[in-house]
Write a protein that binds this ligand. Structure first.
Ligand code: MD6
Ligand code: FE
Length: 200
């Protein structure tokens, strides 16, 4: 496994997963899921998104960036729930709190192409990822596109930390395996990624 990649299967107990789903219901009511589109082409993502925290990641025809408010309403993003801040403090090894929590919602045939998380200023902080709901096939490679890749099945409650050399590795979601979890009433999958954006 890539140095700096930590895979923590079942790290979040079921009551904590349920708590997060409750937190997310309230957050999505305040900051609705939006459909990002690819820079230049305007092609829509199959994943719907929202964010928590002082900054949120958005993608539109103008490019990828972090901004303080929702792309449709302009309203500030809801706060990152305490449970996620505790998770970050216990796992990140980074002395400052995250500034962004990207919420990805996968339904139907949603997937995510191979990409690197590189829109942040501070790569010394890891990205901490939490999976909720249906199992996903997560693919991870090296720092260059086109290299060898491996897959990990991410189940509800699994946590992944991408730091060190893994921080800038290519990764994506091949597919979500429907009907593998009952956590979300209507099925699907939620992925939360906690990020530090700016240098402190
Ligand atoms: C997902 N995850 O699991 C997509 N990025 O749905 C990511 O893109 C990701 O899991 C950076 C670090 C960890 C991740
Ligand atoms: Fe990513």
């Amino acid at each position: 496994m890539t140095p700096g990649l930590r895979y923590l299967p079942g790290h979040l107990a079921l009551p904590d997963q349920r708590q997060l789903v409750e937190n997310l219901r309230a957050a999505v009511a305040a900051a609705p899921l939006f459909v990002p589109v690819m820079p230049r082409t305007g092609r829509p993502f199959s994943v719907r998104m929202t964010n928590l925290g002082p900054l949120g990641w958005v993608s539109d025809r103008g490019g990828y960036r972090y901004q303080p408010g929702h792309p449709v309403s302009g309203t500030p993003w809801p706060p990152i729930p305490p449970l996620l801040l505790d998770l970050w403090r216990s796992l990140s090894g980074y002395p400052h709190d995250p500034e962004a929590c990207l919420v990805n919602f996968y339904s139907g045939g949603a997937k995510m192409g191979l990409h690197r998380d590189e829109d942040e200023e501070d790569f010394s902080a890891p990205v901490v990822s939490v999976s909720l709901g249906d199992t996903a096939v997560f693919r991870i490679g090296g720092p260059d596109r086109g290299g060898r890749t491996t897959t990990i099945k991410l189940q509800s409650g699994d946590v992944l930390v991408m730091g060190g050399a893994a921080r800038l590795c290519y990764h994506g979601i091949d597919r979500v395996l429907g009907g593998t979890s009952t956590l979300l009433k209507d099925g699907g999958r939620i992925n939360l990624t906690l990020r530090r954006v700016r240098k402190p």
